[in-house]
Design a protein around this ligand. Structure first.
Ligand SMILES: [Mn+2]
Length: 338
């Protein structure tokens, strides 16, 4: 059983709960999640419920297990979480656009595309410096040099950057450059990494859905980050594995309203990796916004045919402009701002 203290619980409220548990002879582990305290009580649910802890000052709720996701679940009356990345607000009711190449390939490439997506209306720049690739022989990214090029692009355009961290050893380095850390699909089950990006509280996290993960597993991964101390988590649907062969993955757009109903965290959609083909990016991007997504993550490359990774699914600058024009019209129809 988990006793979740409220964010404004006072020291004496926490002491009162721990004394009550000790008096009842119950073993517990006290955990801190940001400014919030939780008690993980090793006892029968009926016995814990018998203590009526929910009537104690500073206790928000007493829930059955971690599987109930006390921190990321939507509760009655709880407002949506808005994740602030510098001056960009994700989840405030408008549509946030993250755009850029799959991988940072050179300073010229990232600076050129950063200027372009910014002028087309994008809010944030994406680009991988560390790339988790299926084949060990594929381009693995420029590493630290790629981060430096992203920094340069940020200095020139003012756009905050989101880039992936693939291993705990790189976390300190990536945090020096990233305004938002991406945990990719392949790492959604890397619980040590999830805890690490949670324990560093400064930088928000974009958590992609594992390609073979259920929505519950995805939300549990988010719970790892939030319970470790970082409540600034944006979820990103990026397609799941099914038997369908005509697209790279199957974009589970129904996950958007399902997650919005289950959780207070913002949800964005990545139609590039989901479909694997640039022609499918625009229709699925528009569909994602219509389904209620808080934003989009789109791969854009100055010359997709020459891209070192994911060229097939990257929009060229002209097609990105066209998508942004259509998104503006759709946003107006939905009474949102893009
Ligand atoms: Mn990619």
């Amino acid at each position: 059983m988990i006793v979740v203290m409220s964010l404004d619980a006072k020291e004496q409220d926490i002491t009162a709960v721990s004394q009550k548990l000790l008096q009842a002879g119950m073993l517990y582990q006290k955990a801190k999640s940001g400014d919030r305290v939780l008690f993980n009580v090793a006892s029968e649910p009926e016995l814990v419920r018998g203590l009526s802890l929910e009537s104690f000052s500073g206790v928000e709720q007493v829930v059955a297990t971690w599987a109930t996701l006390p921190l990321v679940s939507r509760k009655q009356g709880r407002v949506n979480t808005v994740v602030q990345v510098e001056d960009i607000s994700i989840g405030d009711g408008n549509i946030s656009i993250i755009a850029g190449p799959c991988a940072v390939e050179s300073e010229e490439q990232i600076v050129q595309i950063a200027h372009h997506v910014k002028s087309a209306g994008a809010n944030m720049l994406r680009g991988g410096a560390f790339k988790p690739r299926t084949s060990p022989y594929s381009f693995q990214g420029l590493g630290k040099m790629g981060l430096c090029f992203l920094k340069k692009a940020k200095e020139l355009t003012g756009m905050p950057i989101v880039t992936e961290v693939v291993a705990i050893e790189q976390l300190d380095l990536v945090c020096q450059y990233a305004d938002m850390l991406q945990v990719g699909s392949r790492n959604m089950h890397n619980y040590a990494l999830l805890k690490a990006v949670g324990e560093q509280r400064k930088t928000p996290v974009l958590l992609k859905r594992g390609m073979s993960s259920t929505i519950d597993e995805w939300l549990s991964a988010a719970e790892y980050i939030v319970s470790s101390g970082n409540s600034n988590v944006v979820l990103c649907e990026r397609g799941i594995r099914t038997f369908a062969k005509k697209t790279r993955y199957t974009l589970d757009l129904s996950a958007v309203p399902v997650v919005k109903a289950r959780s207070h965290l913002p949800v964005i959609v990545d139609p590039s990796h989901a479909t694997g083909h640039w022609r499918l990016v625009e229709p699925m991007a528009l569909a994602a916004v219509a389904a209620g997504a808080d934003g989009l993550m789109i791969e854009v490359h100055p010359k997709p045919e020459a891209a070192l990774s994911d060229g097939n699914q990257s929009l060229n600058p002209k097609n990105f402009n066209q998508l942004m024009d259509k998104l503006k019209k759709l946003a107006q129809a939905l009474e949102k701002e893009q």
